[in-house]
Design a protein around this ligand. Sequence first.
Ligand SMILES: Cc1cc2nc3c(=O)[nH]c(=O)nc-3n(C[C@H](O)[C@H](O)[C@H](O)COP(=O)(O)OP(=O)(O)OC[C@H]3O[C@@H](n4cnc5c(N)ncnc54)[C@H](O)[C@@H]3O)c2cc1C
Ligand code: FES
Ligand code: FES
Length: 479
Amino acid sequence: MTEFILNHRPVRSNAAPGTALLDVIRYQEHLPGTKIGCREGDCGACTVLVGTLREDRVEYRSMTSCLLAMANVHGKHIVTVEGLTDELPHGAGVERLNPVQQAMVDQGATQCGICTPGFVVSLAGCSLSPEPVTKELAVRAMDGNICRCTGYKSIERAAEAVAGQLAGKDEQDPVEWAVAHGFVPGYFKGIAERLKHIAKQATVVNPAASVLGGGTDLYVQKHDAMLHAAIHPLADDPALKGIRLEGGQCIIGGGTVAGELLDSKELRGFFPNLENQLLLVSSTPIRNMGTVAGNFVNASPIGDLTAIFIALDSTITLSTGTGRGNGHGRSLKLKDLYLGYKQLDKSPEEIVTSVRFKVPGKGTRFHFEKVSKRTYLDIANVNSAIRLEVDGDVIREAHASGGGVAATPKYLANTSAFLAGKELVPTSIREAIAVMNDEIAPISDVRGTADYKRLLLRQLFFAHFLELFPERFKLKELA
Ligand SMILES: Cc1cc2nc3c(=O)[nH]c(=O)nc-3n(C[C@H](O)[C@H](O)[C@H](O)COP(=O)(O)OP(=O)(O)OC[C@H]3O[C@@H](n4cnc5c(N)ncnc54)[C@H](O)[C@@H]3O)c2cc1C
Ligand code: FES
Ligand code: FES
């Protein structure tokens, strides 16, 4: 039994835990405002806000309901477009439009309307955010929403108008402010208290069950099989959450989502360009769902988080059994998890509870690069990350990764070893690229020919050094 609050209504649903929330919303709860587009997380037509109780507050994040399993919905507040306005009695419509809807109307930002509820929900989420909202952030909130007929300029203007109205938002208590200013109805004020009364579900350990993080890979790859699968949900397991510093290590719970990495003040402090780099990973709603462990275990050779954490020389912790903390169990370098295409040094019962890496020091430099057909919301043709420990003119230690150039996410072991002890001069980089070419084995496929991928990785490798040491390197000296 999944218990949650859908807009203002409590719901107890018997839908199988693998059912996509989208289907429950539309076909069991009869709320057709949430639309079906791609069913693969790509279009945003099905976007809902998911409220999670954090002590006395509810934190709202946008998610795509087509990939959201009912197993991950228990104890949540789910907000669809219908829940953003006060309904008149007897199905007589709504009293007035929400300011976001009004801005879309004023700017002529809708035509056929199939995408509009998704845009409205994503944008309305800004009013509930504890961060200040600029026009850029309002536009960013819609980076998972695609419109095929209106054109984006009018939607951007609507976002700008909304951001203007949110300028005075109270970041201490965004829900109170959003209610007072008509962005969400009054019932939002009681949600935190109501969520506290939903009992947690007991974890039933079933070794045959599919381990589920955010579902953003599983529901794309095997949507139908998931519907009837036994599920072991981990998205809300507190033992797999959080980012902490301990004994010179940064330890990140396996259930941490990419959006939480992006929001982390610690990580942003360590890696000043992390925000721009993580924005290249999927989209806001997918980053709000997809976990680091899911990225590692999915074992895609072009997984972005995998490339990043391999280059950070990270260690993962694998654990069986319940009640595990995110630091206890068998340790393994992330780079050694991959034995062959989608073959892992991991038993089916083992769960990735955490990933950890050495806290960067004064001489640490880190960079991530990705090439894809579209800049945003696209998987990589080739990606690469590098971590260097630099002492004056010398590279003391190097760890580099390359995605899309082998059957597995690739730790560039020989290239990394070659760079250690080398001077930071163009010859070192050119020679390292020769080493790199000998240790990769790209194949030709829909994302490019083998030669093209070799060329891309070389360019990304140059980009690491051009970005990290602009005062030392010029492209014409490297190429
Ligand atoms: C529209 C869209 C865009 C995307 N764009 C990108 C992109 O730009 N870059 C990118 O790298 N990826 C991208 N992805 C892929 C996906 O979002 C990521 O790989 C994400 O990190 C997967 O995490 P998850 O929690 O959703 O995994 P799930 O789908 O829940 O699980 C994936 C696999 O991991 C296993 N698993 C999950 N958690 C654990 C755990 N703790 N321990 C052991 N096994 C576990 C599952 O059993 C399953 O085998 C995209 C996906 C979508 C739908
Ligand atoms: S239907 Fe396209 S993202 Fe869900
Ligand atoms: S209004 Fe038709 S797809 Fe956006």
